[in-house]
Design a protein around this ligand. Structure first.
Ligand code: SAH
Length: 351
């Protein structure tokens, strides 16, 4: 990470010099999604060779439990004849592979199901198409081209990759935090005052995160489900702290599994923020969802039977496989690992 002069670094400097400081969200957007230099367009994010590991890349058990959720939810929706499996940010396509295999036990559901993937990285789309070969998959830029039909929408570590803005409390007012240039460095600075932030008793220097992009994506999903019936399962690292108490800077960058500064090497490290499940829940409730519930990943996976399924796999496993399965279950559900930090939001329309 010694060489700061990535092309994106130069481009961001140029944009700020020409147009003035940019929002934290614009900065995240450029780093992750710039069509030429963005992280998701160029880098291999996942696994030991990448920068981070996601639950489906840890174990097939994760996708299998989501298949159980999908089947149960399909039943509570009255077993619609045609069901769409829609996934936002499918990464390598591993999760959908595991869900599809898991659903082979329910031909009445799977035989008429179709898969719709929303992915902005051509590089990852290609990997997805290789991993999901032979399955009824179509790709979409967003929900506007997805057919209107009952849908189960799945998003694992999608919302945490969307741009987040920050507000800083200073001398009795909230100001938008901006990214500016100071000689060769990118620095944080204060922008215009903001109205409408309702945090209880903020202290000077407090930071409040909000995300117009997350709100927009969630509204789009909820509107679609309200119109067509179906459910959302959103899994992400984050918290359910009520918005009036939610203070703190959660934007972080990872490079080869190690934390790095968010300005260190734009476009080369993954940048994410903790997802506010309170904010997602508020939108779901406002759009009139029939069921809105957030639980921890531990609770979710346990409820849908991860231990039973692991025991089944263990019964035919050799020593190495045995260790792998035990380690994967530990990583997915232990409170010191992903069990508590990751949350699962279920939203259902039309039951
Ligand atoms: N769900 C996968 C990958 C998570 S990484 C897993 O669990 O392994 C985030 C994914 O979201 C990547 O596929 C990334 O390319 C995609 N993504 C991020 N921002 C996006 C956006 N604005 N529109 C569409 N896809 C996006």
């Amino acid at each position: 990470m010694s060489d700061k002069q990535t092309s994106l670094f130069d481009l961001i400097h140029q944009i700020i010099r020409e147009h003035g400081p940019i929002g934290m969200g614009d900065y995240m957007s450029l780093c992750l999604g710039h069509p030429q230099f963005g992280y998701y367009m160029t880098r291999e994010p996942f696994g030991t060779k990448g920068d981070f590991t996601t639950a489906p890349e840890i174990s097939q058990l994760f996708g299998e439990m989501i298949a159980v959720w999908a089947a149960t939810t399909w039943q509570s929706l009255g077993q619609p004849e045609e069901i769409q499996l829609v996934e936002f940010g499918p990464g390598r396509g591993t999760l959908m592979q595991d869900i599809w295999r898991g659903l082979s036990a329910i031909p009445a559901m799977r035989d008429k199901a179709s898969i719709h993937l929303i992915e902005f990285s051509p590089r990852l789309q290609k990997i997805q198409s290789e991993n999901l070969i032979g399955l009824p998959v179509t790709w979409h830029p967003d929900l506007t081209t997805v057919p209107h039909a009952p849908s189960l929408i799945i998003a694992n570590e999608f919302f945490d990759a969307l741009p987040v803005e920050q507000a800083v409390y200073h001398d009795g007012l909230w100001y938008q935090r901006l990214v500016a240039v100071d000689e060769e460095d990118l620095i944080r600075t204060l922008g215009k005052p903001l109205q409408g932030i309702m945090v209880d008793n903020p202290e000077d220097g407090a930071i409040f995160e909000y995300s117009p992009k997350i709100a927009e994506a969630m509204l789009e999903i909820c509107g679609f489900l309200k119109q067509n019936g179906g459910a959302l399962l959103a899994v992400d690292y984050g918290d359910a702290v009520p918005l009036q108490n939610r203070i703190g800077d959660t934007i972080q960058a990872l490079f080869e599994h190690e934390p790095v500064g968010i300005f260190d090497s734009p476009g080369n490290s993954d940048i994410t923020a903790h997802v506010s499940f309170a904010a997602l829940e508020e939108i779901a409730a406002d759009t009139g969802a029939d069921h809105v519930l957030t639980m921890t990943q531990r609770e979710f996976l346990t409820q849908f039977g991860i231990r039973l399924r692991a025991d089944k796999l263990l019964s035919t496993a050799n020593d190495n496989q045995n260790k792998e399965i035990q380690a994967a279950v530990h990583r997915l559900i232990d409170q010191s690992q992903m069990g508590d930090l990751f949350k699962v939001l279920q939203v259902i329309y039309g039951i």
